[in-house]
Structures are given as structure tokens and as C-alpha cells.
Design a protein around this ligand. Sequence first.
Ligand SMILES: NC(=O)c1ccc[n+]([C@@H]2O[C@H](COP(=O)([O-])OP(=O)(O)OC[C@H]3O[C@@H](n4cnc5c(N)ncnc54)[C@H](O)[C@@H]3O)[C@@H](O)[C@H]2O)c1
Ligand SMILES: [Zn+2]
Ligand SMILES: [Zn+2]
Length: 393
Amino acid sequence: MKALTYHSSKDVRVDNVPDPVIEQSDDVILRVTATAICGSDLHIYRGKIPAMKSGDILGHEFMGIVEDAGSGVTALKKGDRVVVPFTISCGDCYFCSKSLFAACETTNPGRGAIVNKKSVRSGAGLFGYSHLYGGYAGGQAEYVRVPKANVGPLVIPAGLADEQVLFLSDILPTGYQAAVNGDVQRGSTVAIFGAGPVGLMAAASARLLGAEQIFMVDEHPYRLEFARATYGVEPINFREVDDPAELIIERTGSRGVDASIDAVGFEAKGSAVETVMADLKLEGSSGKALRQAIAATRRGGVVSVPGVYAGWIHGFLFGDAFEKGLIFKMGQTHAQRYMPKLLEHIQAGELHPEVIITHHMPLADAARGYEIFEKAEEDCRKVVLTPGGPAAG
Ligand SMILES: NC(=O)c1ccc[n+]([C@@H]2O[C@H](COP(=O)([O-])OP(=O)(O)OC[C@H]3O[C@@H](n4cnc5c(N)ncnc54)[C@H](O)[C@@H]3O)[C@@H](O)[C@H]2O)c1
Ligand SMILES: [Zn+2]
Ligand SMILES: [Zn+2]
């Protein structure tokens, strides 16, 4: 089959690779009908994620048709159309039983990314996300093996197009969890840093939950303008406004917002020193977006962090957070927890995640898709790849 494989930084290719096979009785083999490129894939693409091997198949946002099912699969049958969450979770360990699916302690034979790990078990395995997270083959491919198939995949009713539901795999639950973690409710004020797909899904979710005022910070005018027109955000371009947090404070009665959402993560731009230090491995993450989020949040408010962080940050103003009495919530998304409810919102016409898609491409053009998305060329917001030709309806 054909699959998008990693070779080295900025070198991904569609190669011929062996077809996946059933390895465990609760596996299914999925024929992928649609798959997307995530901002998390860009961290890999830029060579920033350790433990990648040449030939690893990328992709953790995908859906398709069940082609084959192991003898222990009871929740699905051949021919079902499903969306697969990016976190591989067993469904019955200590953490899965608390609906903390991203913390599943049975699916990741890798070490994860905790620096001061001691003997704690690794969190959930992830599709297409390095050997730190189990080395599972990803779904930017014609076929993919889906382990724990009784727990993760969500069956999609007929009548919904692939593109309407594809983002249930990751960015929609991620944006939603970010808003829920931010305790966003009717009348809330929210500042979202990052107008990429995750920031946009956070804006859609914040609106759904009743937020009254949403600020959005980025450097790409086309992303900010889309968010203004679609979700009614107040756009702030950090290339034009020197200190977005200060502007947000001014516009919220010198208090700051109820919740800030950092949808940028460890490769945040805007601090040349931290970018150089991170490249030299003297710094784990750029703290630029996180510092802005802390500064923009009112006393007693929440800093919700869906953006991925790694290792340490020297410029993390923990004292400021203490003085303001902030609440921090963060981490990988417990996708399975939110998928059914979000599907209902899509069916009810209350969420339209597909509106962020700008690029539809065959899998064969995936390398170009990475390049366009990474460079934010052609006003790219989100790339969807269709391995088997145009998406199913
Ligand atoms: N928690 C999870 O489970 C989960 C799931 C999916 C993605 N993510 C992470 O979410 C983050 C965003 O993903 P995405 O798909 O939207 O990626 P993306 O790269 O398309 O978006 C990031 C956006 O942040 C902007 N940005 C850069 N520096 C900034 C700064 N200092 N202030 C404000 N904006 C800044 C960029 O211009 C870009 O538009 C990534 O770190 C990704 O790994 C986490
Ligand atoms: Zn993702
Ligand atoms: Zn588990």
C-alpha cells in the first residue's frame, strides 16, 4: 500500500510499504477514506520530536471503513464507517475507567516525554507519533491497523460526509476540551493564542458554550480574518500589536479574561532568545505564548493549554500565576470522552468543523500538503488527504 513516511526533518514521502495485518484479536484494519495533517505533525516534520525512525508512517487524524476485524472485536463489523481517536486507549485500566483516556497506562510500550519520569507508567500510545508513544503506524496511508478497536473508533451514521466528522479524531475534541478546561460558560471572556486548527476549534467550542467575548492572537492575517468572520473573535496580530496581553487587559476593564487558551505550544514564535535556546537544546520550549496567556488572564481565572509542551521553560513566571491565583489545565485530549457528544452537535447543525478546510489533496500529494501547511502558504488552514480518491459522502 501507499503511506506517508518520515525520513528526516522536512523530508516526508509517499512510499510503498507492506499492508498492515491484524496483530491482536481486538484490532481492526481500516481502509482510510480521509485523513488530515495536524499541527502536531508539524512538530515531527520540523524534526522536533525525538525517537522518530526513517520509514515511520505518520498521521493520527483519520477515518475510514472497517476492512477486516479480529476475532475479539465486538463493537464493530466489516463495512462500518468510523472515526478513530488519536489516543489508543484500553478502556479498562485505572485511568480509562476515570475517562482519562490519554493517560491510559497499558497501550504505550515507549517511554513518553516526561523528563523527571521516575517509575511512573507512560501515558497512552498515539498513532503515528514516534517511538516515545509506542511507534504505532499512522493513518496517512491507504490502510491502518487500529488496536483497541472496541474502545476508540466511533461509528458514523449515514448522511454525514467524511469532512463533517473527520476532526472528531483530534482537533475538535481538543478545541472542546480546551474550552471545557477553561471553564468557558455563558458570558465568559476568553483569549485564544494561536489561530491554527486547534485555536479555531477552541473558538467554535467557546462559542457553543456561550462565551461572550473571544480574543484571538496570531501573526497570520488570513487566519485571524477567518476567525473574525466565522466565530466573531476580536483579532490581534502580534506582529502589529507589541503586547497582545496588555491590549486584552485594557479591553476587559483592567482585569484580563476569565480564561486563556494556549493553542500554540512549544514552538511559539516571538522570542528570538528562546527559539535559539530551544534549537540548541538549552531550552525545552518557547514560553512566549504561555507568558502571554498568564498575563492576559484575570485573577482566579484559568490557563488552559492544549498546545504541546516539552521539557522545561526557564521563563515560566510561576510567581505571577501564584499571585493571580490562576488555575492551570492542560494535556493531551481524552478524545474518546467527547466524541459522541460532539457528533451529536454536528448532527444537530451546531458545529461545522469542516469549514476550516482549505486544501483537499490525494494522498500522493501529501508531502506538498505538509510544505504548504508548515509555511502557511496559499492561505492554508487545514489539509485533508483522501487516499482512495475524492472523499465519501
Ligand atoms: N493537546 C492535544 O491533544 C493536541 C491535539 C492536537 C494538537 N495539539 C497541539 O496544538 C498546537 C496547535 O495545533 P494546530 O494544529 O492549530 O497548529 P498550527 O501550527 O497550525 O497553529 C499554531 C498557530 O500558532 C501561531 N503562533 C505561533 N506563535 C504564536 C504566538 N507567540 N502567539 C500566538 N500565536 C502564535 C501560528 O502562527 C499558528 O497559526 C500544536 O502544539 C499541536 O501540537 C495538541
Ligand atoms: Zn493532532
Ligand atoms: Zn487504559
